[in-house]
Design a protein around this ligand. Structure first.
Ligand code: URP
Ligand code: ZN
Ligand code: ZN
Length: 491
């Protein structure tokens, strides 16, 4: 058999196996996996290295205006280059709808922005204005085009849909087999805390953590899950930051809810103490939900190990430590006026590898699942996330022993800080391929601007999920009331 590339002598890892073997690539696809493969126009020596599915970053804000209209520092070029250096072969940033905007326009805008990507990509829509036209016309058109997931917010006045809005949109998502992602924080609890803190004159960055209580996340996660259960719609809870929230997800998964979840490295690596750094330094660590504490970190690791989370995602939300980002509202604004979010697309996988695999908290196979395979499965990237014949040759070759210190100077994003500055990490993705093309090789970028391709995604495979039927929507128990969610299949 002829190969364009053969990766030989490495240890191949999937979600279930780990074996010495070679990988043969032709026309961008994996065409053979065997003990030994001869030939190949190019042979990549992976001796002493791990051959893993390229990372899939499922949560990143790239070339996106926040709800208060602040543009992220990274566009699809810098964001994708940074992702590639972090071991990713593809990513799914958000395409954000602002109130009054049509979803068709949003997709047109992001199709233009994403032309610069060096890695394969799709988008999750963000829906903040679910008008009748959006629900009945525009969203189904987006789903048909392969944009099969979207995020909604339970917080931020300009984004919060309210429970009724959530039910409407979950019902549409269910009908079309799309996944609803949710940012779950109780908006009124946060606003009430904000008012009390403001009245007491407590507006330094550290009070951001106080303003968004753990209970606000736990309550909203629980509510989001109950809303999704009422219409039996799949739900993906993003950036879970609390032990209580994770426990709710775990319990509801066990009870059969169609539920997925992620946490993020910042909730494992940092704490609210980082918000109390000198002067305005704490602003670098303002993100929502906020950083918590060491006990929470231990609990989140426990849930990562036990399978509560499908993914560990970066929530890369790059706002520079200057007037273009964190400080668009002045040099010393009160915490509610500081842009939310921090970078992390390049350090997500090295951090998870170093703190997870190297420290023995998770297995290599779990790392593969959390970094790539689960995102491919949940978000419908059917040709990605695995090393097997027929799959895209999206591969990251890791040196599991190499050490380095995280330094801003070595980053490839457009940021002026990295939250993990000075941390020593073990494990480096040395060579990264996307559809068979080497895009990063030993610290050098080999990709061309714009070589990434849009990935039309399949609907989530819900086979074997028992789901949940609320009595009141079950015609055998609701006096025959004809109010079953749209497609009528709940019976
Ligand atoms: O603080 C964060 N994470 N900002 C990004 C927006 C979001 O909610 O994911
Ligand atoms: Zn969010
Ligand atoms: Zn986010």
């Amino acid at each position: 058999m002829e190969f364009d590339t053969v990766i030989h002598g490495g240890t191949v890892v999937t979600t279930s196996e780990k074996f010495e073997g070679d990988v043969g690539i032709r026309d961008g696809r994996i065409v053979a996996v065997a003990e030994k493969l001869a030939g190949g126009e190019r042979r990549i020596d992976a001796g002493g290295r791990l051959v893993l599915p390229g990372g899939i970053e499922g949560h990143a804000h790239i070339a996106q205006e926040s709800s208060s209209n602040v543009m992220t520092a990274d566009d699809y070029y810098s964001g994708s280059v940074s992702a590639a250096f972090g071991g990713n072969s593809s990513f799914i940033p958000f395409a954000g709808q602002h109130r009054g905007q049509s979803v068709d326009d949003v997709i047109r805008i992001y199709d233009e922005r994403s032309k610069r990507s060096v890695i394969d990509f799709s988008y999750h829509l963000i829906i903040s204005d679910p008008t009748e036209k959006v629900l009945t016309d525009e969203l189904p058109r987006a789903f048909a085009r392969g944009i099969t997931s979207f995020k909604v917010f339970m917080t931020y006045d300009l984004m919060n849909l309210g429970d009724g809005g959530m039910l409407d949109i979950l019902t549409v998502a269910r009908e079309h087999g799309a996944i609803t992602m949710v940012h779950a924080e109780n908006n009124d609890m946060v606003k009430w805390m904000n008012r009390r803190l403001a009245a007491a004159g407590l507006t330094a960055p550290k009070y951001h953590a106080v303003s968004r209580p753990e209970l606000a996340e736990e309550e909203a996660i629980n509510r989001a899950i109950q809303l999704a259960k009422l219409v039996d719609a799949p739900l993906f809870v993003v950036h879970v930051s609390t032990a209580g929230g994770a426990a709710i997800v775990q319990r509801e998964k066990l009870s059969g809810a169609r539920l997925f979840a992620e946490t993020c490295p910042q909730y494992l690596a940092l704490t609210r103490a980082d918000l109390d750094r000198e002067g305005m330094e704490g602003a670098k660590f303002i993100c929502s939900p906020p950083l918590r504490d060491h006990a929470t970190q231990d609990a989140l690791w426990h849930h990562i190990r036990r399978g509560t989370f499908e993914s560990v995602s970066s929530d890369h939300a790059p706002y520079r430590f200057d007037r273009t980002g964190k400080f668009v509202n002045g040099d010393t604004p009160p915490y509610p006026k500081i842009s939310n979010g921090m970078p992390g697309i390049a350090t997500r996988l090295p951090y998870l590898f170093s703190e997870g695999v190297v420290k023995g908290r998770i297995t290599l196979q779990q790392f593969v699942a959390l970094s790539s395979s689960n995102a491919a499965r949940v978000f419908g990237m059917t040709k990605k996330g695995a090393i097997a014949p027929g799959m895209d040759a999206d591969i990251a070759i890791w040196n599991p022993e190499a050490k380095r210190i995280v330094l801003l100077a070595d980053q490839h994003d457009n940021m002026d800080y990295t939250p993990l500055e000075g941390r020593e990490l073990t494990g480096i993705p040395e060579i990264v391929l996307n559809r068979g093309a080497v895009i990063v090789e030993h610290g050098a970028l080999k990709a061309r601007e714009g070589q990434g391709r849009f990935v039309a995604r399949a609907r989530a495979d819900m086979t074997a999920w028992p789901g949940y039927i609320a009595k009141e929507l079950d015609s055998t128990q609701n006096f025959g009331a004809d109010i079953a969610p749209i497609d009528g299949s709940i019976h």
